[in-house]
Design a protein around this ligand. Structure first.
Ligand SMILES: Nc1ncnc2c1ncn2[C@@H]1O[C@H](COP(=O)(O)OP(=O)(O)OP(=O)(O)O)[C@@H](O)[C@H]1O
Ligand SMILES: [Mg+2]
Length: 437
C-alpha cells in the first residue's frame, strides 16, 4: 500500500464512538437508548469478547429510543448490550474480483476466502438514473432461449418479469440464460430460497462456466427479513457498479415475491397497517425503487429478469400486479406446458415484451406475429382437433395452423444444454414462419 493510501486511511478513521444501550427487544425489533444515528445507519451490537457483533440498521425512532433491525441472528442479545453506530449506511465492496464469487446479502464472501483488499466501497442505496439520462433501449440482447429471443425479444436495459408457479422451471430457465447470454456478466440474486436449493442451483443450473461469468448474492429464507432485502439491494448495486464501468450486465433476481414478503415482515414489525393480502404500503414503495434502478444509463445497461411467484393461475395477486405495472414485459411459465414436458414452459400467447417492436426489423416482427396467430388459431380449435371433431377443409386458417403445429412445437422446445444464439433463432423464425416460405 502506498503512503498516500495509508495517509488517506488514517484521515478516514473516525475516532468518535457513538454508543447506546439495548433497552428492549420485541420480535424482530431492537430498541436502544442512543446512540446518535440517522435512519439507514449501520450499527454494531456488541455481545462480548467471544461472539461476533450483531449488525443492525436504524429503521426508526420512538421518543428517545432508536429502533433497530438486525441483519443476523439476535439470540445472544441481552438488556444493556452496547450499541455502536458506524455513522453511515452499510457499504459493500465492489470490483472485478467479484466475478465467480458467491456473496451473502451484505456483500461478504460465503464461498470461503476473503475478498481482495483493493476493491472500492459502494453504497447499496443508490438513486435510479435520472429519467432524462436514460438512453432509449435500441438493441437486442441474446438470452440464449430460442422462444424468448425470437418471439419475446429482450433489449439491453429492459426489465422483464418471469411469472411462474413453484416447480415450473424458473431456476432452470435462469441457469440457461446465465450460461447462454451475450451479456458481459451476470449478477444473480437468490432471495428467500431454501438453503438446499442454493448449491443445487450453482452446481446443476449454473454450472462452472456460468458461475465464472456471474456474481451470486444469496440470502436464504432462514435469514432475517432485513438481510433478504439487503441481498436484493446488494445485487442491484453490484449490477449498477459494472454498468458504470460501461458493461452490459444481466441482473437476475429469484424471487421478487420473496423480497416483497421480507419487506412485509419489516413493515408489520414497525407497525405499518396491512393492506391487500397483508402487504404494507412500504412494500409497494420498495418495488419501484428497486426495479427502477435497472435499465440503461449513459455508460452501459442493466437488463433484468425478476421472478414472480404466482399461486395457482392467479396473475392478479397484488405483487404480480404491481410488478407487471412497473416492468417492461413479462414471460409466463405455464404449468400445463411443463406437465406435457414442453420445456422451457413459456406460454407465448400470455407473454409480452413491450420493447420488442421498437428493436427488431419489420420482417422479424411480421414473422413473430404470424407465429402467434398460428398458435392462437390452433389453441382455439384444439378441443375440437383433439377429439377428432374438426373436419379438414372447414377452415383454411385452422388447416394452416394444424399444418404448422409440429414446427411451432419444435421451435418452442429447447433442451437445457442447447445453446441458441439470437441470430440463429431469428434465422429459423424467418425461414419457417416468414412470408417468404
Ligand atoms: N428446460 C427444462 N428441461 C427439462 N426439464 C425441466 C426444464 N425446466 C424445468 N424442468 C424440470 O422441472 C423441475 C423444476 O424446475 P426448477 O427447479 O427450475 O423450477 P422452479 O420454478 O425454480 O422451482 P421452485 O419453485 O421450487 O424454485 C426440474 O427439476 C426439472 O425436472
Ligand atoms: Mg427455483
Amino acid at each position: 500500500m502506498g503512503i498516500d493510501a495509508l495517509i488517506s486511511r488514517v484521515t478516514d478513521i473516525d475516532p468518535y464512538y457513538r454508543l447506546g444501550r439495548v433497552s428492549r427487544v420485541v420480535g424482530l425489533m431492537i430498541e436502544s437508548k442512543g446512540p446518535k444515528a440517522s435512519i439507514g445507519d449501520l450499527c454494531k451490537i456488541l455481545i462480548g469478547r467471544d461472539h461476533p457483533p450483531v449488525y443492525a440498521e436504524v429503521v426508526g425512532f420512538n421518543d428517545e429510543h432508536v429502533l433497530l433491525m438486525p441483519y443476523t441472528n439476535i439470540h445472544r442479545i441481552a438488556p444493556g448490550c452496547l450499541v455502536e453506530s458506524t455513522g453511515r449506511p452499510l457499504a459493500i465492496k465492489v470490483g472485478d474480483a467479484l466475478k465467480g464469487r458467491v456473496l451473502n446479502g451484505l456483500g461478504m464472501p460465503m464461498d470461503g476466502g476473503e475478498l481482495p483488499a483493493d476493491l472500492c466501497e459502494y453504497s447499496t442505496h443508490q438513486p435510479p438514473p435520472n429519467p432524462l439520462d436514460r438512453p432509449r433501449i435500441h438493441s437486442p440482447l441474446t438470452v440464449g432461449i430460442r422462444s424468448i429471443d425470437a418471439l419475446l425479444t429482450v433489449g439491453k436495459g429492459q426489465r422483464m418479469g418471469i411469472f411462474a408457479g413453484s416447480g415450473v422451471g424458473k431456476s432452470t430457465t435462469l441457469g440457461m440464460i446465465a450460461r447462454n447470454t451475450s451479456a458481459d456478466l451476470n449478477v444473480i440474486a437468490l432471495i428467500g430460497e431454501r438453503g438446499r436449493e442454493v448449491l443445487e442451483f450453482i452446481e446443476n443450473d449454473l454450472g462452472e462456466e456460468g458461475l465464472r461469468r456471474s456474481v451470486l448474492v444469496v440470502a436464504t429464507s432462514d435469514q432475517p427479513a432485513l438481510m433478504r432485502i439487503k441481498g436484493a439491494l446488494t445485487a442491484t448495486a453490484i449490477a449498477e457498479y459494472f454498468r458504470a464501468q460501461g458493461q452490459d450486465v444481466l441482473l437476475m433476481m429469484d424471487s421478487l415475491t420473496r423480497v416483497a414478503m421480507a419487506q412485509r415482515e419489516i413493515g408489520l414489525a414497525i407497525g405499518e397497517p396491512p393492506t391487500t393480502k397483508g402487504y404494507t404500503p412500504s412494500v409497494f414503495a420498495l418495488l419501484p425503487q428497486l426495479l427502477e434502478r435497472a435499465g440503461t444509463s449513459r455508460d452501459g445497461s442493466v437488463t433484468a429478469f425478476y421472478t414472480v411467484l404466482v399461486d395457482g393461475d392467479d396473475l392478479d395477486e397484488p405483487i404480480s400486479d404491481a410488478a407487471r405495472g412497473i416492468l417492461d414485459g413479462h414471460i409466463v411459465l405455464d404449468r400445463r406446458l411443463a406437465e406435457k414436458g414442453q420445456y422451457p414452459a413459456v406460454n407465448i400467447l400470455k407473454s409480452i415484451s413491450r420493447v420488442m417492436t421498437s428493436i427488431v426489423s419489420k420482417e422479424e416482427r411480421e414473422a413473430a406475429n404470424r407465429f402467434r396467430n398460428l398458435l392462437a388459431q390452433y389453441e382455439e380449435a384444439s378441443d375440437l382437433i383433439q377429439i377428432g371433431a374438426y373436419k379438414a377443409g372447414s377452415s383454411a386458417e385452422i388447416d394452416e395452423a394444424i399444418r404448422f403445429y409440429p414446427s411451432i412445437i419444435r421451435f418452442l422446445k429447447q433442451d437445457v444444454t442447447e445453446n441458441v444464439t439470437r441470430d440463429a433463432a431469428v434465422q429459423q423464425l424467418l425461414s419457417e414462419f416468414g412470408r417468404g416460405e
